[in-house]
Design a protein around this ligand. Structure first.
Ligand SMILES: [Zn+2]
Length: 197
């Protein structure tokens, strides 16, 4: 396999990038300055080598604690639970949330063999328990899909025993949609109008 075929193949495996787009990107890189391509390659290596899961919340992080967990100005009494780490960015983008996060790493999906043990649920419950009442509210911001709803109901049952309020984002997030693709003002409204589960 040629260098060009190999890179085209790698790029076409990325979400939203088909074979055609991949080839166009490769041509663009070949025509551009070598230094630009080297810089891109270094960024990819850095990503592979330096990014890990935050010890506390499961968010992407360069250090043991992510930027959110390491920020002493954040409100430790509210925890927002999301399915994937990239959704932290969607909520951070609204500028309306000052609490902390917990990243599940997916959603309950029995048909795909994903049960509670496959997600960061135990660490979530431990976090709530260990807070000794410091965490007063858990906002379950899983997606508005069937699986996201089922995950929310499961979490509500597990968390409530420890004392905090459990809330869910308000309707307004289109059914079936991923938070990442919802605009910031809609997320902000859904946060503001969150309801008790
Ligand atoms: Zn964190």
């Amino acid at each position: 396999m040629s260098v060009i075929e190999r890179l085209t193949g790698e790029l076409s495996r990325l979400p939203g990038v088909g074979q055609k787009t991949a080839l166009r990107l490769v041509h663009h890189l070949m025509k551009g300055a070598k230094e630009d391509t080297h810089r891109l390659a270094r960024s990819l290596v850095d990503l592979a080598e330096k990014i890990r899961e935050c010890r506390e919340c499961g968010n992407f992080s360069e250090d043991e604690l992510c930027e959110v967990c390491a920020d002493p100005r954040r409100d430790g009494s509210v925890l927002c639970v999301v399915e994937e780490a990239y959704q932290v960015g969607a909520i951070e983008g609204t500028g309306q949330f000052r609490g902390l996060f917990h990243v599940l790493g997916g959603r309950l999906s029995p048909l795909d063999g994903i049960g509670p043990a496959e997600l960061n649920i135990e660490s979530l419950l431990r976090r709530v328990a260990d807070s000794g009442g410091m965490i007063e509210e858990v906002i379950v911001a899983t997606n508005a899909s069937v699986e996201g709803e089922a995950t929310a109901v499961y979490l509500e049952g597990e968390i409530r025993a420890f004392g905090p309020r459990v809330t869910r984002l308000a309707r307004g997030i289109p059914v079936g949609s991923d938070l990442e693709y919802v605009d910031g003002s809609t997320i902000a409204q859904a946060l503001a109008g969150r309801r008790e589960m």
